[in-house]
Design a protein around this ligand. Structure first.
Ligand code: SAH
Length: 350
């Protein structure tokens, strides 16, 4: 439908200004279009009332404002809502709205599928299709807001895909959020989660954008981590810990270490010791995540040997960490009844 038209949604203010100068239009027009797209959230040039008719027609002929189409939604008993969107090529992606008393968090995807193949993650089991564009990443927020009764208050880049393997689009989407002109969500309320692409963590730290960073740690030991996250072979934990230390320093934020509890694998006493040492060295907190089992997907190989740590052991594990002055949050599993919980996205995606 929009095959030959250039996509405007996803352009940063700077890119939009450059484009308007290039097509012989005044620079301030870029500000107006930016405002219409990202604040008034219009999807048609005809609604951009402060642009002249000829300019609207010129834009209509050459540019598009539609990146994603809403396909379906499903609401869990806990109030978690899974949204399925379709890209122009017909790929399906998922975003999840997770309401609680204080926040209304949106979890967004950065890729269709994921190339990382983490052994505990459903998205990994499904394989990788493509990178999302900055427009497709940002549009999840604009569209999710339409499907949410409350304002979205926080965003986590924790849906399908690895944001730092789609670095430019991820960065541009963050830039759009960071513009003073953009109403809504500041970078302080946005967390980018990564499995650990060390050089890109450094690049993001040096970009000047101060989003929060979550690092999917899952084990403090290289060997174990490589077993459950093959990407650790390419970017070892050691390099990633240096990178997140740099990130914390540069952005003056605390790193969140995500830690899925896997029975017998990373829930032993020596894991607690290593976590205490690590969090003493890096300004951080730990987000303990109960493992959402993948058994319903009939995993094979190493994935089939992964089981959740029992509740009692999670409680003890957390208590010992807290007794040693480690800040720990325990993530509540929400939305597993509709396959919208962590690591379950794309379960039904074919
Ligand atoms: N690629 C990024 C973002 C997507 S994963 C990353 O790895 O951080 C978002 C979070 O969900 C990560 O912390 C991931 O480890 C967690 N997760 C993946 N599979 C899970 C599962 N089966 N149960 C619980 N959490 C899971």
């Amino acid at each position: 439908m929009n095959k030959n038209k250039t996509q405007l949604k996803g352009l940063t203010l700077e890119e939009l200004q450059a484009l308007f100068l290039e097509i012989g239009e005044a620079k301030f027009r870029a500000l107006q279009v930016f405002n219409w797209m990202y604040n008034y959230r219009v999807t048609s040039f005809d609604k951009m009332e402060n642009l002249s008719k000829p300019l609207r027609n010129k834009l209509k002929e050459n540019y598009s404002l539609i990146t994603l189409n809403f396909a379906a939604s499903e609401t869990s008993t806990s109030g978690t809502k899974k949204l399925i969107f379709e890209t122009e090529e017909g790929n399906k992606i998922e975003s999840v709205i997770i309401p609680d008393e204080k926040r209304n968090t949106l979890c967004i995807s950065t890729q269709v599928g994921c190339p990382l193949d983490c052994k505990f993650c459903a998205t990994g089991l499904m394989g990788y299709k493509k990178n999302l564009s900055a427009g497709e990443i940002f549009d999840q927020y604009l569209l999710a807001q339409q499907h949410s009764e409350r304002d979205i208050s926080n965003i986590v880049y924790m849906g399908m895909g690895e944001p730092l393997l789609n670095y430019n689009a991820t960065l541009n989407s963050l830039k759009i959020f960071s513009e003073e002109l953009t109403k809504g969500i500041s970078l302080k309320k946005i967390t980018v989660s990564t499995a650990g692409i060390a050089p890109k963590i450094v690049e993001l730290a040096d970009s000047g954008l101060k989003a929060k960073l979550a690092f999917s740690l899952h084990s403090c030991f290289e060997k174990t981590r490589s077993k459950i996250m093959p990407i650790n072979e390419k970017y070892p934990l050691k390099d990633n810990l240096e990178a997140v230390t740099h990130y914390a320093k540069k952005t003056k934020t605390r790193i969140t270490f995500e830690y899925i509890m896997l029975k017998g694998l990373n829930d032993r006493d020596e894991d607690i010791k290593a976590l205490i040492k690590l969090t003493n060295q890096i300004p951080s907190k730990i987000n303990v995540i109960p493992f959402n089992s993948l058994q319903h997907m009939h995993p094979t190989g190493f994935s089939a040997s992964l089981f959740p740590t029992e509740k009692k052991r999670i409680d003890d594990f957390v208590q010992i960490l807290r007794d040693n002055n480690v800040t720990v949050m325990v993530r509540e599993t929400q939305g597993d009844d509709i396959a919208a919980a962590c690591g379950q996205l794309a379960v039904k995606f074919k």
